[in-house]
Design a binder for this molecule. Structure first.
Ligand code: BG6
Length: 514
């Protein structure tokens, strides 16, 4: 992560990330396990293409795809080229680009190689070791049950032994464990082979510009941070509402559910950006220590402060949606939650008494990821005897997606002879200030890993502390259905989620608006 952009002149380069002035990453082989999978073609390869277009990869950069699927480098390349072309056809897709820059694509394609191998076969892994010389990053784009065994095989095959001036790093996707005990066990297994400095536990939310911008906004301006505390803030809401359902991911989602899928990872990253103390620098250890101090101040969530729901059939944005239980790979009597809301208490000086409400769900009526910081109400005495008898609270809404920017809700005088106030919004939109280039959100993360900057990656203790906070809820839910509520696809969530806030005299920020 770099904050070197000249703020007096917004970047206008063709590829806007990472910031202009950043040097190409050192020569390296990126070995992707799970090369034929979805993550590789949808996210990793387009991210490399974007980095190549920004001249941020070294001429000696190479990609070695590894998978059990038989095939050649040529057919792997062809398949990836076809997927790249598909990105030009879907303006609503998550990575839409009107054209593919053929020079940038050829640059990447010339560096793609493929090997059919089974990581469980030590002989094949040793053969792989013969092909990988010099710096290497191993990207584990495989199902989570393989993370531990694959790291062990990397160790046994001698692939992760570092020498003077030569790095070997491993990128591990989420989910990292499925509760506190399994995450701890996986960390132990990984750290029996690798040093913590070699491990890059990825959370793609941290690759989002708007998530990183929360830190820039908080610590790069004077006007917010002095108010950023319990003296002025009433509560904070963190929302990741999705309109998509479980789609074809039933087999993954059934044992996972909304809490494990989104909360200790993605929502906790947003929470960390909003709530952590100012780090002394953006160095990896300083930032990750600041996060750790926050996570350790979170009181383990009481089961009565958590609500779970599952969607029934309904209509989302005009489309009929089948019930979660009718989705492929889902048990007809499944008790897996597709929605979770919970309340966090932070026992530290800054946040004592300020609840953080988190919610996330699938097949909801609106798609938006955002943080709403609601301030306390100002005293109204001066407006007594006027048309204004109560004032709306100020709110700051950090819009992560699909809107990208910042909205401030405040009061202004309604024009006319009477002293009457109206709520108004002040908006900053990323696209108004910067020329945004299509990106998949993995560009910065890959670049940072290649350059050895772990600021945006999770340290073992961060993972541990986030799971510890939600573990009482996971344990109390167990396999049972107690408290599971059903909601129609297309609404804002189960009734219990509204009740969670109503009980504190509060309400969720609407899923439409801003
Ligand atoms: C993934 C989850 O990690 O994040 C998905 O497994 C979820 O269930 C996705 O839909 C959300 O990410 P984004 O970037 O689309 O907000």
């Amino acid at each position: 992560m770099s904050f070197s952009r000249d703020i007096s002149s917004p970047a206008r380069s063709r590829h806007a990330i990472p910031p202009s002035g950043t040097k190409p990453a050192p020569a390296c082989t990126l070995v992707i396990f799970g090369a034929r999978g979805d993550l590789t073609k949808r996210l990793l390869i387009p991210a490399l293409y974007n980095l190549a277009g920004s001249s941020l990869l070294d001429a000696d950069f190479r990609v070695l795809g590894v998978d059990r699927v038989p095939g050649t480098a040529a057919d792997w390349r062809d398949g990836l080229a076809a997927t790249m072309q598909d990105f030009t056809k879907d303006p609503d897709g998550e990575f839409y680009t009107p054209t593919i820059d053929q020079d940038a694509w050829n640059w990447v394609a010339d560096r793609l190689d493929y090997v059919q191998a089974d990581f469980a076969d030590l002989g094949q892994m040793r053969a792989l070791a013969e092909r990988v010389k010099g710096n290497a990053v191993f990207y584990l784009a495989v199902p989570s049950r393989f993370f531990g065994p694959l790291v062990e095989m990397l160790g046994q095959a001698g692939l992760v032994t570092q020498q003077e001036g030569v790095f070997r790093r491993v990128v591990i996707e989420k989910p990292f464990g499925s509760d506190l005990a399994t995450a701890r066990a996986l960390n132990r297994q990984v750290l029996s082979v690798l040093d913590e400095q070699q491990v890059y536990r990825i959370d793609h939310f941290l690759g989002k510009e708007t998530v990183q911008n929360i830190l820039a906004m908080r610590f790069g301006n004077l006007i917010f941070e002095p108010l950023w505390r319990s003296d002025y803030i009433d509560h904070v809401q963190i929302t990741a509402a999705e309109t998509i359902g479980v789609e074809q991911r039933g087999a993954f989602y059934e044992p996972t559910g909304a809490l494990r899928d989104m909360v200790p990872n993605h929502l906790f990253q947003l929470f960390a950006m909003v709530a952590m103390e100012p780090p002394a620098s953006f160095s990896a250890e300083t930032v990750r220590t600041a996060k750790e101090q926050l996570f350790e101040s979170v009181r383990p969530v009481r089961p009565e402060d958590a609500v779970r729901g599952q969607y029934r059939a309904g209509t989302v944005e005009g489309r009929p949606v089948v019930a979660y239980r009718a989705a492929p790979g889902v048990a007809p009597d499944s008790v897996t939650e597709t929605y979770v809301a919970l309340k966090l208490h932070v026992d530290n000086w800054r946040w004592s008494g300020v609840p953080f409400y988190l919610r996330t769900g699938k097949s909801l009526g609106g798609r938006r990821t955002e943080v709403v910081v609601q301030f306390k109400k100002p005293p109204v005495a001066i407006f007594r005897g006027t048309a204004t008898d109560s004032l709306p609270p100020n709110r700051m809404i950090l819009n992560v997606q699909p809107a990208q920017g910042l909205t401030i809700e405040m009061a202004a005088k309604h024009p006319g002879p009477a002293m009457d106030l109206a709520g108004v919004q002040v908006k900053f939109r990323y696209e108004d200030a910067f020329e945004l280039q299509p990106n998949v959100g993995y560009e910065t993360l890959l670049y940072d890993c290649l350059t050895g900057d772990a600021t945006l990656f999770q340290r073992a203790d961060n993972i541990d502390a986030a799971w510890a906070a939600v573990d009482p809820v996971l344990q109390s839910w167990g396999q049972g259905a107690e408290g599971l509520e059903f909601y129609d696809a297309g609404v804002t969530g189960p009734a219990g989620a509204d009740a969670l806030l109503a009980r504190d005299g509060r309400a969720w920020y609407p899923l439409d608006g801003t």
